[in-house]
Design a protein around this ligand. Structure first.
Ligand SMILES: [Fe+2]
Ligand SMILES: [Fe+2]
Length: 287
């Protein structure tokens, strides 16, 4: 039996989401129902092109093709790695090998955490802390911790030329199918998906001081954001941005969502064995 990750069956081509800015797309089906999760990364062109996160090993071949259909590997000047999760760092080695003129922008702590999986070249790195900026040709890029995150090293990225903010794992939501913009999703479904996914991915939300969290979210929302791009959501544009932040701000008042257990795994296996579609039904809340 092979344990290699399964390649995506459907190719979602790169999508231009702002001037000089393309989403590199991948979609993964959830095991527990007819829901899909995006696994995006980003390419920013310009005098000093930037790759933002590096996709997944499951999609390696197509990811490299998609990225290098937009930018020549020799022209890539920067590779920004938001954090060390496999859906963000999955092609770090091949992309560093392919782009000899690229500097890897990370936090110091990421190099310590991820050194068991990747040999970090000290002379090809730039270390950034929260709030640090650097000039990349015609734009200034700033590393800003997003409202929610699932790794201590996570940094988002703000591009002052386009107003695109890479929010990493924040604003993640499951989808019924592919879409290019969050405005295509039913508003109630979006709110429920934002609450569910972000509570699960940042389970420390229940430990938050609500006032301190408000100030943390304010810092990001006060950026002059035109477009939120992130790994697990279609892009969120100006008309929906305040709604996205409003939903995230209320997380500390929510209860942790129920999650599937062994009984549900057995039901899933039975459905697979009998050729049926499995849809997980969360247990009713106990009053
Ligand atoms: Fe993550
Ligand atoms: Fe992620």
């Amino acid at each position: 039996m092979s344990f290699a990750p399964v390649k995506p069956a459907v190719h979602h081509p790169p999508l231009k989401v702002a001037d000089d800015t393309w989403l590199i797309q991948q979609m993964q089906e959830a095991a527990i129902g007819p829901l899909f999760i995006y696994l995006h990364s980003l390419v920013i062109k310009g005098p000093e092109p930037i790759i933002v996160d590096t996709g997944t090993p499951a999609n390696r071949e197509q990811w490299l093709k998609d990225v290098f259909s937009i930018v020549d590997p020799g022209d890539v000047r920067w590779i920004f790695l938001s954090h060390d999760d496999v859906d963000h760092a999955g092609n770090l080695a091949p992309v560093m090998e392919a782009c000899p003129n690229a500097t890897l922008v990370v936090t110091w702590f990421l190099t310590e955490r991820h050194g068991c999986d990747f040999h970090f070249p000290l002379d090809r790195m730039r270390w950034v802390n929260d709030g640090d900026s650097w000039r990349a040709g015609d734009r200034t890029l700033t590393a800003i911790t997003p409202p929610l995150f699932d790794s201590p090293v996570t940094r988002g990225l703000y591009d002052d030329r386009t107003g695109v903010y890479w929010a990493v794992d924040t604003f993640a939501t499951p989808l019924p199918g592919p879409m290019n913009d969050i405005s295509e999703l039913d508003a109630a479904q979006w709110k429920g998906g934002l609450e569910l996914f972000n509570c699960m991915n940042s389970p420390w939300f229940k430990l938050l001081d609500a006032d301190k969290f408000e100030r943390h979210v304010d810092r990001v929302q006060k950026l002059d954001i035109e477009v939120i791009a992130a790994c697990h959501t279609p892009v969120i544009r100006r008309p929906q941005i305040s709604q996205a932040f409003d939903t995230i701000r209320k997380l500390p008042s929510l209860e942790p969502p129920p999650q599937p257990g062994q009984v549900d795994l057995e039901a899933l296996m039975h459905a697979v064995a009998t050729g049926q579609q499995y849809v997980w039904e969360p247990p009713a809340p106990v009053n």
